[in-house]
Design a protein around this ligand. Structure first.
Ligand code: GDP
Ligand code: MG
Length: 166
């Protein structure tokens, strides 16, 4: 039991998930997705957000200059979205796996069970975001939740006995 808890602690991570504006437009889909997420992760924070253009550009700064950048920023400022801090063993890679790759149409062939295959619309409007590494997760969680417990104090992301993944 103690060994098991130690192992879970060692792999425990928190990642950032976004339910992007196209998904938010459909409340029933949001409920279905969040129910699935709750079965797999601890939802440590949840916040509905609407970005300014400057905020979207800052969040996606790594993609500045790419041909899809304007569309991406337009999409992410087209309406509200939901930000979730998801915790669990290897949450970063687990959430990327659950979400699927960037292109929904391709995912319908390669990984039809993935969330992007099931809910995504196009390469731009692919319904979900997930941090791509632990370091990215730290930066992105600070961007979205920097004024809350998890943004200020990373240790709150650590599992306690009785706070293990579902
Ligand atoms: P992700 O980590 O799977 O979200 O993909 P990236 O970090 O590479 O890109 C960020 C977001 O930009 C994606 O989720 C898409 O919304 C959009 N995007 C990325 N690549 C493309 C592309 O080739 N075409 C279009 N239209 N959008 C893209
Ligand atoms: Mg990415």
């Amino acid at each position: 039991r103690a060994t098991n808890l130690r192992r879970v602690r060692a792999q425990w991570e928190t990642t950032l998930a976004l339910l992007k504006p196209d998904l938010l437009a459909d409340a029933a889909r949001v409920r279905a997705v969040e129910q699935e997420i709750g079965q797999q992760f601890r939802v440590q924070e949840r916040r509905q957000i609407a970005w300014t253009r400057a905020q979207a550009e800052a969040f996606y700064a790594e993609h500045q200059g790419r041909p899809f950048f304007g569309r991406l920023v337009g999409y992410m400022t087209s309406g509200p979205f939901v930000a979730l801090a998801l915790a669990g063993p290897q949450a970063v890679s687990q959430w990327r796996k659950t979400m699927g790759g960037t292109r929904p149409v391709q995912m319908r062939v390669r990984n039809p069970a993935s969330l992007r295959a099931r809910f995504g619309l196009t390469d731009t409007r692919n319904s979900f975001h997930g941090s791509d590494s632990a370091e990215t997760a730290r930066r992105e969680l600070a961007f979205l939740f920097g004024d809350s417990k998890i943004g200020r104090n990373w240790e709150h992301a650590s599992p306690q006995a009785g706070n293990l993944p579902p």
